[in-house]
Design a protein around this ligand. Structure first.
Ligand SMILES: NC(=O)c1ccc[n+]([C@@H]2O[C@H](COP(=O)([O-])OP(=O)(O)OC[C@H]3O[C@@H](n4cnc5c(N)ncnc54)[C@H](OP(=O)(O)O)[C@@H]3O)[C@@H](O)[C@H]2O)c1
Length: 321
């Protein structure tokens, strides 16, 4: 065999490998986002109750409503008593399901979990949605510029990280005993493709991703499914963005994402986000993506300074008149 034959064989095998990989990805995508619409898992089979953290707005509220629509009673865990009552009333009225509300602030750390356990006692919990999450600032920020950083770091870790294994620890034993259960952990695209200026948030989300994947491997033989959902942008209080072809509404997102249960244990949640994920992976190497966040930040800063200067100048002109 000549050298050129060896090169041609290696080339052929490489192309075949990538074609096979692409076909496999397409088949998985077809099942996850198309077949799942026709062939939905009956979520009632996991148990009568679902528990949703961060359930008073955005993705959490949307999951709570969608689970109630699909026949489950819902325990809502969040920090504002008034909002909890509103969502509970909405679910009871609209879907005729039972609700239970548990008011806690996840930024308080370990001390809140015994009270949550007490309030969940006696419920046959089939589904846990670990959704609660926060960012430390309403815009992209250099780590050292995070306002009140000392406190924010701890709060973010308590809320985004600690809540996930602690809630799991409370609910998983009952699932294992009944040999069935579904745990949905809301991670983020930022958990697999890190974004500068959101450093701590991204780090908390990769924790959720890895924890979910390992837990699924540990408990699947015991009848437990652990699904990790990694959305792109959903229109919520956190993102403050309007719905468009890239940005999903929370109810639509929760509806599509719940369809993927039983079809995928790691999902972007909906077709539009899966396509964005694929496009990013193929078109934007990490180093371009990472530096583009910094460039956008600098451009925004320059724009802000320019507009502040303009306002100052106009104020000065008015005063001089
Ligand atoms: N939106 C997106 O584009 C996006 C993308 C990827 C991943 N995610 C993830 O999806 C999850 C939900 O995000 P979202 O956009 O729906 O957020 P959101 O609209 O801000 O809602 C967050 C929910 O969590 C509650 N919450 C916040 N901090 C809490 C605390 N310390 N203790 C108890 N409850 C608390 C909020 O209660 P209040 O109503 O009282 O504030 C609210 O119900 C998060 O884990 C986020 O990281 C979101």
């Amino acid at each position: 065999m000549s050298f050129s034959d060896v090169l041609a064989t290696i080339g052929g095998l490489t192309v075949a490998f990538y074609l096979l990989k692409l076909s496999w990805t397409c088949c998985c995508g077809l099942r996850e986002y198309f077949l799942s619409k026709l062939w939905q898992v009956n979520l009632r089979r996991y148990g009568q109750w679902a528990v949703v953290t961060g359930a008073t707005s955005g993705i959490g509220k949307a999951y709570a409503c969608e689970l109630a629509r699909r026949g489950l009673n819902v325990a809502l865990v969040s920090r504002s008593a008034k909002k909890l009552q509103e969502v509970a009333r909405e679910i009871e009225k609209q879907y005729g399901r039972k609700t239970r509300t548990i008011q806690v602030d996840f930024t308080e750390g370990h001390s809140i979990y015994p009270a949550i356990a007490e309030q969940l006692q006696g419920l046959e919990i089939g589904i846990l949605v670990n959704n609660v999450g926060m960012v430390y600032s309403d815009c992209f920020t250099y780590f050292l510029d995070v306002p009140d950083a000392g406190q924010k770091i701890t709060q973010l870790i308590y809320c985004n990280i600690l809540s996930v294994p602690q809630m799991t620890r409370l609910i998983l034993p009952g699932m294992v005993e009944r040999k069935t259960g579904l745990i949905i952990n809301i991670s983020s695209e930022a958990g697999i493709r890190p974004q500068p200026l959101l450093s701590l948030y991204c780090a908390t989300k990769i924790f959720v991703t890895y924890f979910s994947q390992c837990l699924h491997a540990e408990y699947k033989s015991m009848g437990i499914t652990v699904q990790c959902v990694a959305p792109f942008i959903v229109s919520t209080k956190m993102t403050n963005m309007k719905v468009n072809s890239f940005v999903k509404s929370a109810p639509e997102f929760a509806h599509d994402a719940l369809n993927t249960v039983g079809h995928s244990n790691y999902t972007s949640g909906c077709l539009s986000h899966a396509l964005q994920d694929m496009a990013l992976a193929i078109l934007l190497p990490d180093w371009i993506r990472m530096s583009s966040f910094l460039i956008i930040k600098l451009a925004n800063q320059a724009k802000r300074i320019k507009s502040e200067r303009r306002v100052c100048k106009e104020n000065l002109k008015i005063k001089l008149k």
